[in-house]
Design a protein around this ligand. Structure first.
Ligand SMILES: Nc1nc2c(ncn2[C@@H]2O[C@H](COP(=O)(O)OP(=O)(O)OP(=O)(O)O)[C@@H](O)[C@H]2O)c(=O)[nH]1
Ligand SMILES: [Mg+2]
Length: 337
């Protein structure tokens, strides 16, 4: 039976797909459930929405009272210029990388399954920061009930692998299978590769842009050849970086690659007659407009916005622009209400 979804439902669904804040996502799911036409053709979708609501409620409030002891949080409100999950098989160096990049005290160890709970941290890059979430390893030996939910707020992931490990290929294939079972697909498409990411007809499969990070390059004599074999055997064609924490190789490229791939745009605001606030840029994405900046600055600003003045590479100094003007990296903006 056709689902005959209404325009109001479809709007709620597409807003849900774009939303990153877990609380906002929960509200949108409730709205989807309210708006969905209630008949046989939507039974499956209704059930999916209900189970998402339950998962997200549990993640936000912790496990039910009276159950086993509550654990640490497993859902994180995005902060900074993008939220990036660290995924991979056991013992590949995810936590070592996390600690190095964010200064976290993520536990590391020379054996598998060291990490048990997610650990957020901020990785500075230029005058902004990316939020990195260290995670337990993905394997078929230790299922992680909350992993699908935790990943919903991510903008992308680092798939951290040790190409020199004899079981690398099998383990990565398992990672991809386990995640697919949770409706999470690691894709080589990033916003900067053009086109849309994901399946417009399936609101609950998450397509997570992926950067392959091969660690422990200090142990490898021919990283390129290892990568060729890996790609051949797995069929994966993710953008790729080889790094070593032990020898401090290639690590800086992580920040610049994320900046480029996520199409980050930094914008500095200024008050009329004052110098710009160069300390703390707002971060947007390429194609975002003055109106979206106004929303970031303050919820109510977008409604009262009359015009803006821009100083930057793509405009002449102090140029008057409207709310639909697209911003570019480095722009200085004066909002006029
Ligand atoms: N030689 C070398 N060893 C590394 C490098 N990075 C991490 N290691 C070692 O790899 C081992 C595993 O590191 P972890 O950071 O705990 O790995 P993990 O992926 O977080 O492990 P799990 O949490 O169990 O999944 C440790 O013994 C690290 O010292 C590297 O760049 N070079
Ligand atoms: Mg770890």
């Amino acid at each position: 039976m056709p689902a005959n979804l209404t325009p109001a439902y479809k709007t709620a669904e597409s807003t849900y797909k774009k939303a990153r804040d877990p609380k906002e996502r929960l509200e949108l799911l409730r709205e989807m459930l309210r708006l969905i036409p209630k008949h046989k053709g939507t039974d499956h979708l209704q059930a999916d929405i209900k189970s998402k609501i339950k998962e997200l409620t549990d993640a936000l409030t912790g496990p039910k009272k009276g159950g086993s002891k509550g654990g640490p949080p497993t859902s994180f409100r995005p902060e900074g210029a993008g939220q990036i999950a660290l995924l991979g098989p056991p013992n590949t160096g995810k936590s070592t990388l996390h600690a190095h990049l964010t200064g976290s005290h993520s536990e590391t160890g020379p054996y598998p399954f060291t990490t048990q709970y997610p650990q957020p941290g901020m990785m500075p890059h230029l005058d902004i920061a990316f939020q990195l979430i260290d995670l337990p390893p993905i394997s078929d030996q230790r299922p992680i009930p909350w992993i699908g939910n935790t990943l919903q707020s991510a903008d992308g992931c680092l798939l951290v692998v040790d190409l020199g490990h004899p079981e690398c290929v099998e383990e990565v294939v398992t990672v991809l299978d386990v995640l697919t079972g949770r409706k999470v697909v690691l894709t080589e498409r990033w916003p900067s590769s053009g086109g849309t990411i994901g399946d417009p007809d399936d609101p609950f499969t998450l397509y997570l842009p992926t950067l392959l990070v091969a660690t422990k390059a200090d142990r490898s004599s021919d990283a390129d050849a290892e990568l060729d074999v890996f790609e051949e055997l797995t069929g994966c064609r993710y953008p790729y970086l080889a790094i070593s924490i032990a020898q401090d190789l290639g690590i800086d490229a992580i920040g610049s690659t994320l900046f480029e791939r996520l199409e980050v745009v930094r914008v500095y605001t200024k008050a009329p007659g004052k110098p710009p606030d160069k300390g703390r840029p707002y971060t947007l994405r390429r194609g975002n407009t003055v109106e979206q900046l106004a929303e970031l600055v303050h919820r109510d600003f977008a409604a009262g916005l009359r015009f803006a003045r821009v100083w930057g590479e793509a405009s002449f100094d102090g140029q008057h622009v409207g709310r639909d003007h697209e911003l570019v990296d480095g722009d200085v903006i004066e909002l006029h209400m």
